[in-house]
Design a protein around this ligand. Sequence first.
Ligand code: ADP
Length: 235
Amino acid sequence: MIEFKNVKKVYPGGNVALHDVSLKIDKGEFVFVLGHSGAGKSTFLKLILHEEEATEGSVIVNDYDLSAIKNRDIPYMRRSLGVVFQDFRLIPTMTAYDNVAFAMRVTNTPEKEIRKRVPYVLGLVGLAEKARSYPPELSGGEQQRISLARALVHSPPIIIADEPTGNIDPELSVEIMELLTAINKVGVTVVVVTHEQDLAARFHKRTIYIDKGQVIADTQGDTLSSPSHAMEVAK
Ligand code: ADP
């Protein structure tokens, strides 16, 4: 669960990236967070990951109140979020297997468990046969799926995908979205952060529109006319 209560974020120098944002994303939801460049999407993501702190208001992630979180709880909070970054953030000198295993090794998971779990999550994203490949040998779509496998390795209740269609071919974007939909069907909350209005419109899911640091609309997927209207207004 993610909750923003009257969140304001002002960067040093005075740039106000978010003004008074309040929203709640419940367990099991599939949500698009949509906005133009500069709208505040990255700031929204950084606040959730605790890479930045809110200037005012509170951000609650999986029962952790980030304005009061203890340093020792931060790794646990982060592990409760699986993030697929736009640039994938894979280590090029490690195989696909080791990239995923690395996320478990840093938490001191026993190798025996790693040997079971890594092939399983690589299988979930359809890349079991690429376990020994290095990221530079894989297509963008495959690298992204490795990144998704790594995000899934600790069975997080929430998966966040940052611009999942930004660095891959359009036909592969359908594939990653279908994987995210399948993951959501088994109860994982999915948050897709994107500037692509068409992507959000195709999937008929809840869409939260951010513009100039504010939530300007929050629609359920079946209200088809309002999304484009909100984006038009935001231009
Ligand atoms: P988006 O991800 O939607 O493009 P951002 O969250 O990156 O939007 O940016 C929102 C606003 O905050 C922009 O006006 C941007 O210039 C400003 N901003 C973002 N990061 C910083 C920063 N580190 N320092 C100062 N201003 C920033």
